[in-house]
Design a protein around this ligand. Structure first.
Ligand code: 13P
Length: 319
């Protein structure tokens, strides 16, 4: 993928200054995910993984939340903050996981398993969250599943890789998985990862649980974006092979400037698939336009929102 910088240094400074001015004028706060462009991350008031961003949205003291991330993340913020204006600079920024699971198809799937409780990854639309008993993120999926009695059968969706990983950790047999996957995490090449490990024998391999099982099997650490960052800080190792979306490298370098981070390559290195094309659709330019126009805005049907809220709050209360 062509990851051309949105702007040169001068226009970046100008756009960041304009964003700061608009945030002040409109009492707006920007939440951004680690996978967004580095310059977008630097415009954020709060940068985090999907769990931290959902929790933070609940306590924000601002009239406007601009969500620099993909559509389901902004929807989650709106579900939790119905009285706030939640803006999304690029509503076309979707998520292959959320798109793999449409609410009507998920409802039909659920109807086949009437005794099952539904656990859904937050990478879902509000319609799927409304059909869910309890949401999870990659940070808390294990705790969420462990909070449900072992003899209770479960539907887990939509990420089959995260689902299989949790099944392996818990030994739980009674989990039916929806067949979805993230287009970024599915693409990492085992062969190229093993070559990199040989070239950098001291490097620790850190991987996101959305990767395929054969990648997770050779990782030294598996965790959400936030957990990976913590691990890189906590261990004495100074070199890491990073098997997740490459946007996280900006925060890694910022936090640990003396450590070395090597992005793992996708199977086809010319495709740039370890960059999420949806996250990279958020730019400083569309943030400025979005704050100026106070649009596009997330608007939800209230009945659906209330049902989705229950499944997200069920997740947040699990400590
Ligand atoms: P995190 O829960 O690590 O933020 O992951 C979000 C995501 O969308 C990964 O593809």
């Amino acid at each position: 993928m062509n990851l051309v910088k949105t702007s040169d240094t001068q226009s970046t400074t100008r756009l960041l200054a304009r964003i700061a001015e608009l945030k002040r004028q409109k009492k707006a706060v920007i939440l951004a995910h680690y996978y967004t462009r580095p310059e977008v991350q630097s415009a954020a008031d709060f940068l985090g993984d999907s769990l931290a961003l959902a929790v933070r949205a609940q306590t924000i003291d601002a009239e406007i939340i601009l969500f620099a991330g993909v559509h389901f993340m902004a929807e989650t913020a709106k579900v939790l903050c119905p009285s706030k204006k939640v803006l999304i600079p690029c509503p076309e920024a979707g998520c292959s996981l959320a798109e793999s699971c449409n609410a009507a198809a998920f409802a039909a799937f659920k109807a086949r398993y009437p005794d099952h409780k539904v656990v859904s990854y937050v990478n879902t639309t509000v319609g799927v969250k409304a059909l869910t008993d309890i949401c999870c993120t990659s940070s808390n999926a294990l705790k969420v599943v462990q909070s449900i009695p072992a003899d209770q059968p479960l539907i887990f969706g939509p990420d089959r890789n995260l689902g299989s990983y949790i099944q392996k950790l818990t030994g739980r047999k009674n989990m039916v998985l929806w067949d979805g996957a993230c287009h970024v995490h599915e693409e990492f090449s085992l062969e190229k990862l093993l070559e990199l490990k040989q070239k950098h024998p001291k490097a620790k391999v850190v991987a996101h649980p959305e990767c395929r099982a054969y990648i997770l099997d050779v990782a030294d650490f598996v965790g959400s974006t936030a957990a990976i960052l913590d691990y890189c800080g906590d261990t004495d190792s100074t070199e890491f092979i990073v098997v997740t979306e490459a946007g996280i490298l900006a925060e890694m370098q910022r936090r640990f400037p003396d450590k070395k981070f090597i992005p793992a390559p996708p199977d086809d290195e010319t495709c740039g698939c370890n960059n999420c094309r949806f996250m990279k659709m958020v730019t400083l330019e569309n943030i400025v336009a979005c704050l100026e126009n106070e649009a596009p805005e997330i608007i939800l049907d209230e009945q659906t929102r209330l049902k989705a809220e229950r499944s997200i709050l069920n997740m947040i209360q699990i400590k």
